[in-house]
Design a protein around this ligand. Sequence first.
Ligand code: FCB
Length: 451
Amino acid sequence: MTTNKIPFRLKDFGENFIWGVAMAATQNEGAYNEDGRGPSIWDNFARRQGKIKGAAKPYVACDFYHRYKDDLLLAKALGFKAFRFSISWSRIFPEGTGKPNKEGVAFYHKVIDECLKLDMDPFVTLYHWDLPAALEKEGGWTSHHMNKWFNRYATFCATEYGDKVKKWIVLNEPFGFTMLGYMIGKHAPGKTGVNNFLKAVHHAAMAQADGGRILRSEVSKAYIGTTFSCSQVIPLSDSKEDKAAALKTDILLNRLFIEPLLGKGYPKDDFALLEKLELANTAWKYTDKLRFDMDFIGLQNYFPVVVKHNPFIPIVNASEVKAVTRKVPHTAMGWEINANGFYNIIKQFWKYGAIKEIIISENGAAFNDVVKDGAIADQQRIDYFQSHLQAVLKAKKEGINVKGYMAWTLMDNFEWSEGYNPRFGLIHVDFKTQLRTIKDSGYWFRDLLTQ
Ligand code: FCB
């Protein structure tokens, strides 16, 4: 149990600051084929050899489907006032479209009711990367039917849960699932190539705006946002080539989805990939449809990225120089620990001048935790949270409207293609027994939030 002296106080963040903790359906729920749930792209991807480390499967995960009451109690005990989770689309619509599955629908009512009972505000993410497998068969995010399917699903969720849930997140990290899932094939559905990527990008950019409009029209007094992965991009040197590499990487990593949402269309810098995107989709026609005035923007940051010019990498001509190579402090994922990079990227987004409120909707770190005498002394994770929260405070003091912070994640869970090895949780999970043990970082949050 931690006795750390915390260098700031809760009240420094302001009275209405939203303190949340986040998780996602595929990473936590398990019960992948129970009560009428249909398969998702991750269930199928996990069956393909060599795709997921240790041949791990998301089929049981943290068994949140059966243990949600206890897990929500834990979140409450750590002092969190907001609980972010996602809806598994194929639990609601096993076939992606068509008839809703009553038991699946009822499950999220139960989770929402439990949150409300515990006085934790539910923040519901509509899409956290788990497309129904039935829709992937028809092309998934590359299909021009995608927006029709997504809009139906979003309308259903908004009308079904909108009386109780007021805080909504449309998409989780569209760059993440389009790049990893449709360009390099590291994530489900494992598709590759620029053409798949560009189509997926356009349909995801449409979905984030459509989703916002649907929630606005169906849910009274809704507070609507969507999330973006982001990383400060730093050129390795001052050379013209490295700077050009950084600019291109920045377009992809940070600008590709926020700019159309803000009504600016896709980034128009001289950059072959995006010129192609304009051509491929005559996207200029859609500038208005791609725009939606979100109440908040969810920023998700884990590390900054250092890049150098690399002529062998197509389109971006850039490659990352990893933290390990640069010999700087990093997490078990190899991600650089650098709270200043976090501050800089928050500032970069705020500079658009068009974002009303920012919520840090994910931030956290994986380390090789050791359970000793029933405790986990994860001082490195505490340091990570502490320095990153100080960066939030610094941004707030400069007038950047950061309204909330959500730790990733409540408990160790299924980390996508990395399987169960990386542990990001405030709570340790023994995946053989499902035993939960609060880590010192969990107690650290409790000390901060309940002081
Ligand atoms: C983010 C994802 C989240 C989790 C963290 C570590 O990109 O949104 O689900 O995997 O990374």
